[in-house]
Structure formats: structure tokens, C-alpha cells
Design a protein around this ligand. Sequence first.
Ligand SMILES: NC(=O)c1ccc[n+]([C@@H]2O[C@H](COP(=O)([O-])OP(=O)(O)OC[C@H]3O[C@@H](n4cnc5c(N)ncnc54)[C@H](O)[C@@H]3O)[C@@H](O)[C@H]2O)c1
Length: 382
Amino acid sequence: MTVGAAPKGPVGVGLIGAGVISAQYLSNLTTFPDLEVRFVADIDLERAKSRAEEFGVAASGTVEQLLADDGIDIVVNLTLPSMHAEVDLAILAAGKHVWSEKPIATTAEDARRVLDAAAEAGLRVAVAPDTVLGAGLQTAFRAIADGRIGAPQTAITQVLNPGPDRWHPAPEFLFQAGGGPLLDLGPYYLSTLITVFGPVRRVSAVGSIARPERTVESGPRAGTTFEVTVPTYSALLIEFEGGTSAQATFSFQSALPRAGSFEITGTDGVIVLPDPNVFDGESELWTVASWTGVTGHDRPDPESIEAVGASTGRGLGVLELARAIAAGVPERASGALAAHVLDVMLAAAEASETGTTVAVTSTVSAPEPLPAGWDPTERTLA
Ligand SMILES: NC(=O)c1ccc[n+]([C@@H]2O[C@H](COP(=O)([O-])OP(=O)(O)OC[C@H]3O[C@@H](n4cnc5c(N)ncnc54)[C@H](O)[C@@H]3O)[C@@H](O)[C@H]2O)c1
């Protein structure tokens, strides 16, 4: 595709990194009429081949072969966090747009290099999570924008579990630089917070490592031990530029798993969102007005708000990117948002190491909600 020109017909997509999460991406990307997955690449060529065969993708091979394919306009980067920036820079150098898994990079400098390279080449970089584009969160965002809780003031969110060493066949990257629950799970919860409250001004945090050594518990490498080098518990106090605030706790060291909970208190009510790590789910609303006439220890029942919109799953962001490129409008899961989220996470890591409050110097505009009728199953680019 000529840089800047609107694509015609389905947009060609290539995927780099045929590991665990590639199956979810491929099962969705191969169903969107506006996209056509044309190539799967991995340093492990057998893995790339078997994933391509599993999902009926025509070609597989090396990253270089994928990048040389003129039929590919957007490349989905599903490599490990420590490789994201390097692979993104190679994709951009080949003249293709990027969708990257989170985090955008493991250092602020690398994130900046990626965004600068894209700006220079007139290409886009969009970054996970795309759960923020799912029906569950989008419906909640629309309810908040409609004033259902008044002005958002504070939020409380937490996600606690024993850790991905229980289920991931190669979990080391989730416990070392670029990982931990802060960088692995933080993007879901922080992107949601920033979408509602706007950019972050400063962060304070505490963190800890419960067990400095872990063991791979599933897959062919079960029994292998490895070192934990980043906190497996992080608790953040966040202040937004607008003066509102939130608290967020992320743990890989809880024997009592709790799926992500997320509640926002506004001047007129409270909304409980679905877990920002999933695409669907209803919200619950308590308004100050609903307490009228409620006595003693009773409490009013919440109003359920059913999710309206697309809940296909991972890959929605790739489609939204393709349509945004074609329409010449900004993509919602932007690289700038991901870079700000990374800055917040790195500020939190520094705050917990130094015992200080750390300012976040970057800023970003919160993306607009998707229209309720946005439909991934529609062909819009033919
Ligand atoms: N596993 C999950 O449930 C999950 C969920 C959401 C997001 N993610 C994100 O997706 C990304 C991948 O996670 P995963 O669990 O699939 O990891 P994984 O280890 O299962 O797979 C990573 C794949 O990338 C390949 N790879 C690594 N470096 C490469 C390079 N330079 N060029 C080509 N291929 C390369 C590896 O060979 C491997 O097949 C991470 O950023 C992770 O945070 C994972």
C-alpha cells in the first residue's frame, strides 16, 4: 500500500510471534471481512507453520519474508515485551503499519523511538489492549459520557492471582524486566482509567516480591525454576491531570484469585465496570438518587447496564486500526496512549523503589467511545 493512501478491499495482515496468544488473535482476525491474514512468522519456523495451517493462513516463514511481502499492510507484533520495540522498528522500516501487543516497549526511550519512526514514515502504531474497544467497557464509557454517575471523581481497581507460572508454558518473561503484574496487567486497567479520567500527573506506589524463585508449572518445561526480578505485587495511588484520583493493585502473589474489579465513583453515583481484561460483561450502576427512601442497613439494588457492541475478542484493535487508516482518522488504541500508559507504569516502578511520588511528564488525549453500532462482521473496505 502507498503510505497515506486508503486501502482497497480487505487489508493484508501479517502476524509475528506464533506463541500462546496468537491463537486467540488468529481465530478472530481470520473472521473479519475487512482483513485478510496472509502470513505468520516466528523465529521458530515450525511453530509459525503449524499456526498458519491451524487457521488456514496461506504463508508462513521468517520475519524477513513477511516484511518483504507487498500484500501486507499491517503487521501484528505478538513477540515478547523485550522484543516489541525492535520488531516494531523493523516493521516500520519495511513501510508497514504496526499493531503491537502490550506493553509498547520496556523503556520510555524505546517507546519514543518507535513513535518517532512511525511519525517520520507517515505510518501508524497502535497497541493493545483492545479490550477497551469491547462492548463491555465501551458501553460503560458511553454511560459515563451520558452523565449517569455525574462527574467521575475516584476509582478503585484490583486484579489478584497466583501468577501465570501456573499456566504459561514459558512464563519467565512475565516475572522479569518488562513483566510483573504491573507491566503485564497494568495496561488493561490503566488504559481504562486514562480513557475515563484523562492523562496521569503523578504516581506513588509500593511493591514487593513474595518468592524470588518460581517454577514453570505447565507444558513441556514443567519443573524448570527461574528467578523473579521484578515486583509480583504493586499498589498504586494515581493522580490525574484534572485533579481526580484512583488506586490500583496488581498481584501475581495471591493464593486467593480475584478477577479484575473496577469501580468508578462520580458526583452522582458509582459504576462497576466489567473486568478490563475481557471484552464483554454488563456494568452495574448505583446512583445517589436510588438511596432515597432506603433505610437502616438496606441498600438499593443496582441498575444493570447490558453491554452493547462488539465483543469478538483480541484483534478488534487491528480492525479498528485498519478502518481508521482507510478513513484517515486517528485510531483509538493509539501508540501515544500506550506510551503514556508505559510512562505511568515506569513511574510507579520508580516510586515503589525510591519511596517517592513520581511525576509523569507525557500526556495524551483520551480516545472517543466507539459508536454503539460499530460492527466487526461488516465489510466496509471493499
Ligand atoms: N499469553 C497471554 O494470555 C497473553 C494475553 C494478552 C497479551 N499477551 C501478550 O502477547 C505477547 C506474546 O505473549 P505469548 O504469551 O503469546 O508469548 P509466547 O512466549 O507464548 O510467544 C511469543 C512468540 O514470539 C516468538 N518470538 C520472540 N521473539 C521473536 C522475534 N524477534 N521474531 C519473531 N518471533 C519472535 C517466540 O518464538 C514465540 O513463539 C506478549 O507481549 C504478552 O504480553 C499474552
